[in-house]
Design a protein around this ligand. Structure first.
Ligand code: ATP
Ligand code: MG
Length: 352
């Protein structure tokens, strides 16, 4: 039987709580399907590590992680104690070193959970964010600082290789869903960068005749996602636009606690990273009320990535049925604790 080796990086705050809630669910589906095993090694990187060693992760943490099949992260950071740029450094290094260039963030409505738009038609979208270049390459400078002539320059970098690989990934993803891909740019105002995106999309589209493509500028996209969110399927954008849109799609479908994400290396030369979209939520940490849905669904994405699609479906179905039955943590209007929610999901799984 195959054993998938998982590195657990629970991190800080509710990160540790939602990872602890997810592991028994993953174990349960492994034993129900009987087709694979999961082995875990857990790392205490984050604030706990910082308190003992003066750094949030050891120097060789990338080498440590390289040998695993996947990395499962809770959340890192505790802004009141340590600035985000320090706590997030290992994650940024990880994304770059492992070339996790496809950031995938599904967002959907769930029966039983009322989203802020209060629509009756379900929303089910996936935002694919280019995660390795674009607007976040950190290149630029300040000139004549502090003078009346001060100038700030910040350049974005879009390569054909980078654009092509994220569009190919998105086309392939659309094929597994409702065959619709919407690309978000601002090519009417930025005459070089997003025009390259337009060109590469036009070149690739004939290879995927079964996928409908559509283009929207970021401003129109924010409007249309609020006005007709149910019409979108896969949405792809640059680092900046993908960042903005994945918060928007998370927001219009419900609580932050519901949304999963994956940072993928589609070539599978390095382990990919799976994590709920939410942060460490210091305001509710330690109270046992964090919603573990986003983490459990991230676990489902991880199983799917590891080739265990049936197990992933079991997790998704059990979580969905639990929510539909009205089992709700406080963020979605209930009184259920993390542990009770987890027990409810495990109960559904065992019922089959
Ligand atoms: P980060 O900077 O790490 O991204 P953030 O500032 O975006 O974090 P979160 O830590 O995700 O914010 O929390 C934002 C709010 O959402 C908090 O009030 C928190 O209580 C709530 N929240 C986030 N995740 C969950 C969850 N899983 N269950 C319940 N509430 C949550
Ligand atoms: Mg945040």
């Amino acid at each position: 039987m195959k054993t998938h080796r998982i590195a657990l990086y629970p991190g800080d705050g509710i990160g540790t709580e939602v990872v602890a809630a997810t592991v028994p669910v993953l174990d349960a589906v492994a034993s129900i399907t009987g087709r694979f095993d999961l082995s875990y090694e857990s790392f205490d990187w984050g604030m706990a590590h910082y308190d003992r060693h003066g750094r949030v992760a050891p120097e060789d943490f990338l080498d440590v992680l390289r040998g695993f099949d996947a990395i499962f992260l809770g959340a890192v950071g505790w802004p009141a104690r340590l600035p985000d740029h320090i706590t997030l450094t290992p994650l940024i290094r990880l994304r770059q070193a492992f070339d996790l260039y496809a950031c995938v963030r599904p967002a959907r409505t769930f029966p039983g959970v009322v989203g802020p738009l209060r629509r009756s038609d379900p929303i089910d979208v996936v935002v694919v964010r280019e995660n390795s270049e674009g607007e976040y390459i950190d290149n630029g400078g300040l000139f004549a600082t502090g003078t009346a002539q001060e100038v700030a320059v910040q350049t974005a970098l879009h390569t054909r290789r980078g654009v092509e690989r994220i569009l190919r990934f998105s086309f392939a993803l659309a094929r597994t869903r409702r065959h619709t891909l919407t690309m978000i740019t601002k090519s009417n105002a930025q005459r070089y960068s997003y025009v390259l995106w337009d060109r590469v999309l036009a070149e690739l589209a004939p290879e995927f005749p079964d996928v409908r493509t559509d283009k929207l500028h970021i401003d129109a996209a924010t409007l249309e996602l609020v006005r007709r969110p149910h019409t979108f399927d896969v949405i792809v954008g640059s680092n900046l636009f993908g960042d903005i849109l994945s918060d928007l799609t998370g927001g219009i479908t419900g609580s932050l606690g519901l949304n999963p994400s994956a940072n993928l290396n589609p070539e599978r030369t390095t382990p990919s990273l799976f994590e709920p979209v939410h942060g460490s939520a210091p305001d509710i940490a330690g109270k046992g009320v964090a919603n573990p849905t986003g983490a459990m669904l991230s676990g489902a994405m991880m199983l799917e990535w590891l080739g265990e699609a049936d197990a992933a479906t079991l997790v998704r179905d059990a979580v969905e049925q639990t929510l539909a039955a009205g089992v709700a943590t406080p963020d979605i209007g209930g009184l259920t604790t993390t542990a009770q929610f987890t027990d409810a999901v495990l109960g559904r799984l065992r019922q089959g």
